[in-house]
Ligand binder design. Sequence first.
Ligand SMILES: Cc1cc2nc3c(=O)[nH]c(=O)nc-3n(C[C@H](O)[C@H](O)[C@H](O)COP(=O)(O)OP(=O)(O)OC[C@H]3O[C@@H](n4cnc5c(N)ncnc54)[C@H](O)[C@@H]3O)c2cc1C
Length: 389
Amino acid sequence: MGDSFRHVPRTPPWSALGFVALSPSFRLGDLRAMDPVSALPLLDVRVPDVYQRLDDTSAYDFLEAIRFPERARHLAFEVFSRSFFADPRQLSAAEMALMFHIYFLGSAEGLLFDVPRSPYPAALWGPLAGYLERHGAEVRTGSTVEHVAPARGGGFEVAGDREERRHDAVVLALDAIGLRSLVARSQRLGDPAWRERVARLRNAPPFLVTRLWLDRPVAPDRPGFLGTSGFGGLDNISVLDRWEDEAARWAARTGGSVVELHAYAVDPGAQRTAEERQLVEQLHRVYPETRAATVVDVRHEWREDCPLFPVGGYADRPTIRTSDPCLVVAGDAVRTDLPVALMERAATTGFQAANALLERWGLRGQTLWTVPDRGRAAVLRKAAAWAGR
Ligand SMILES: Cc1cc2nc3c(=O)[nH]c(=O)nc-3n(C[C@H](O)[C@H](O)[C@H](O)COP(=O)(O)OP(=O)(O)OC[C@H]3O[C@@H](n4cnc5c(N)ncnc54)[C@H](O)[C@@H]3O)c2cc1C
């Protein structure tokens, strides 16, 4: 069974209603069995209120309480939950509700994604580094920061690969475990309560990204991106040559195709080569024409650097500001009162961290835009308020 957002209306709340009406995953009987009162918090998601309401519940238990239809749960919600790299039993329901708001009820832009046409280094990171360098910044992506300490007379001593430099301010924009280990190594940084909270940060389980170069194309009607559920560990399939120029050039030159498979929240004890093999087998089930293809080349990338948003973990997340006004934190694990998640949260908190420093130096910061910070329809807001009494 397949669902698509392509024909769903863009304007909230018709986006959510349209999805339900058009989706084969929702049957009338399923809808009748749902508990609408338990679902009302989804209609008026506000940050940080949503965390007060739902952070102590798991995404799984929340969906159980709503009696969300089993088939639709896989398609609409597990996709959100797994895009946080977590099993719905471990993920805070607040984080999932926020995602629902961003995608469905918060804005008309949530359902369709823009993707860069070239690989990220060419489309984004190279031009961004060039822009920063033209403004006098030095970009050093290959250097590990080993230690940060408040300097005598103000500022910080930052120790990296074989050198130490003094800086007026520091933005810690690391992944959760990178932040935890740097803070553990930097004993004089921040205050004890902050250090303890950072020490409790956790990463989500490992994930696998497999890219395959095949000697033949996939069937012409395959979409550029397909989210899957019920195919073992496979979460999604991208046919890169449909939208990425480098892959499209390779496919045009060789007559082949470039396919990428993602598997999130893999069991940490799983045998990795077996997982890699099973992922390709799942591709064969979803796109049977790939069974006969020869794999010209393959890359398996394992990582474990996405933060976990566990049930009840909101209070422990670092905020942008710390007790030291020149030490600020950014990243997708950082708490912010704006309705953003994942990459958008990383970018937004980056701007907020920069703004916090600029404010100290009397400079105007960057204006930030997000989807509305509450449900858009007054009637739905009232219904949600009624449910929250
Ligand atoms: C496969 C995949 C698909 C995704 N798809 C989406 C999507 O479709 N939409 C979306 O919004 N988000 C998506 N995300 C999530 C998104 O990539 C993250 O939310 C975002 O990258 C977080 O940015 P960040 O800056 O907080 O952390 P990171 O991107 O993890 O950057 C932190 C950096 O700090 C560096 N670091 C750590 N320790 C040190 C140290 N001591 N010294 C120097 N550097 C250090 C790390 O090497 C790393 O480069 C996806 C993630 C993955 C893995």
